[in-house]
Write a protein that binds this ligand. Structure first.
Ligand SMILES: C[S@@+](CC[C@H](N)C(=O)[O-])C[C@H]1O[C@@H](n2cnc3c(N)ncnc32)[C@H](O)[C@@H]1O
Length: 141
């Protein structure tokens, strides 16, 4: 199992300084943990996606990087994989779920809190060529 962790350093007036470590990721002594520092749009395409069961945790909050990550990962996902959305009821992540995730797979809700939902992916649903996936130059999911 590989944990992929993305982190973006936000500059400007709205710099987030919580748990700030000068841009250095935590030193976690576990060979399964790999840090990819930077925007998910730049980093995710550099990741070697291995076959096998997957658990994907979406916690980017914002629509654009979340839909990018979903569209990128979608072709690699299979029935039985688990996907978790940490802000599933907020506008941005909910939009990715309603406009993409539930159009691409049958979903079984396996858990939820007042903010988050975890789905088990079921059968892949065929989509037509006009689907929003085509808006990005990524593999059509
Ligand atoms: C709610 S925080 C979650 C962080 C982490 N999962 C945690 O629980 O501590 C959302 C994170 O998404 C990051 N983020 C937002 N847009 C991003 C992007 N385009 N690429 C990479 N990270 C991004 C933000 O910097 C922020 O750290």
């Amino acid at each position: 199992m590989i944990f992929l962790i993305f982190k973006v350093k936000i500059t400007g007036e709205k710099t987030w300084i919580f748990f700030e470590a000068n841009g250095r990721p935590p030193e976690i002594d576990d060979p399964r943990v790999i840090w990819f520092v930077g925007n998910v749009e730049d980093q995710l395409p550099t990741v070697k996606i291995e076959s096998g069961p997957k658990l994907i945790i979406f916690d980017l909050d914002v629509y654009e990087p979340t839909v990018f990550a979903w569209r990128f990962l979608c072709p690699y996902l299979h029935s039985g994989d688990l996907v978790y959305f940490d802000e599933a009821y907020d506008f941005d992540e909910r939009r990715v779920i309603t406009e993409n995730v539930q159009k691409h797979f049958e979903l079984e809700t396996i858990g939820f809190t007042h903010t988050a939902i975890a789905f088990k992916l079921g059968r892949r649903i065929a989509i037509n060529a006009d689907d929003a996936c085509n808006n990005l130059e990524l593999p059509i999911c």
